[in-house]
Design a protein around this ligand. Sequence first.
Ligand SMILES: Cc1cc2nc3c(=O)[nH]c(=O)nc-3n(C[C@H](O)[C@H](O)[C@H](O)COP(=O)(O)O)c2cc1C
Length: 357
Amino acid sequence: MSAYRTISSTVGKHLKMTVFGGSHEPSVGVRLEGLPDGFIAADIDMAQLQAFLARRAPGSTPYGTARKEADVPVLTSEEPLTFEIYNKDQHSGDYKGLTNTPRPGHADYTAGLRYHGEVNMAGGGPFSGRMTAPLCIAGGIALQILAKKGIAIHAQLVEAGGVQSANVPPEDDPMYQRILAAKADGDSVGGRVRCVVSGMPGGIGGAMYDGLESLLSPIVFGIPGVKGVSFGDGFAVCGMTGSENNDPFCIAPEKAAGAACGENTVGGDSAAVKTATNHAGGILGGISTGMDIIMDVAFKPTPSIAKEQQTVDLAAGKETTITVGGRHDPCIAVRAVPVVEAAMALGLLDAMLDPSL
Ligand SMILES: Cc1cc2nc3c(=O)[nH]c(=O)nc-3n(C[C@H](O)[C@H](O)[C@H](O)COP(=O)(O)O)c2cc1C
């Protein structure tokens, strides 16, 4: 038995997800309560779920860490549905001494203030990117449920280190070259992930805290390294006029001859009413319009970098320097792409499970 305290946290209104464990504990896991009536573990396509988890797993590209984590989900309870991933490939030695000399940008210092050394912080503990593996199990299940309703979710890295993606294979994309340059320099870069949902029916969500943005944001902010979430045109709306930002309503061309709907009228259900533009990102008043839902997520640069940085020696009460060892992602956002899809799927399914719908 570990002498450390196990941290768990829960999110969701109708579909409740609890993530528990830590990167250097025996396992990380997830429990889901409130799944659709009649849904059982046997309904999960495990091959598809494993393929989804493989997109997040490290060790596969030069743009991520070289750590190897197999990420095999083990069903440990049918009711409530619980999966665990048993941890392997831990290099605890890489983190020795970090508790006394907190890494700038990481949770070492604040975790000490909050948990007083009761949590195993090796590998980032419960603040590690590893916690997104159980999030992807839950989200992968939610994606399968939504796919059966004709809802498809796709995220991609659109910007890293200030360089926009050219939408070409990674080896030719200046955005990925920027990540490799930071890595070669012992540094890291931030990135932006854009997530688009197509096939979303209109009328899902609700006022204020039942709103889609309100349900999605806590799940997204739970992903380590996330510093911003926006919908539609996001912060760009600050510089827009109402006439630029409002999306004109129109009748879908297939429903009415000669209608004014433009090319942007993709997605949504079969309803006749669309919007000619989609600055709102598919959400008005917290409720889906039936247009594509568009969400952007800002990831900060990976805190653990090979460059020497200033910190404090907490035991000695003196300033000192730190050079972080270990194998780290040069850009968190690269591996976070499927994690954002998982968060989106969980938030939308939560909203769709509102019994008052
Ligand atoms: C998929 C993923 C991989 C990550 N990999 C690393 C890593 O290799 N090194 C590191 O220092 N932080 C990594 N992080 C980020 C830290 O977990 C995070 O920055 C830290 O817990 C502090 O939390 P905050 O950034 O949300 O404030 C990763 C995050 C995610 C989502």
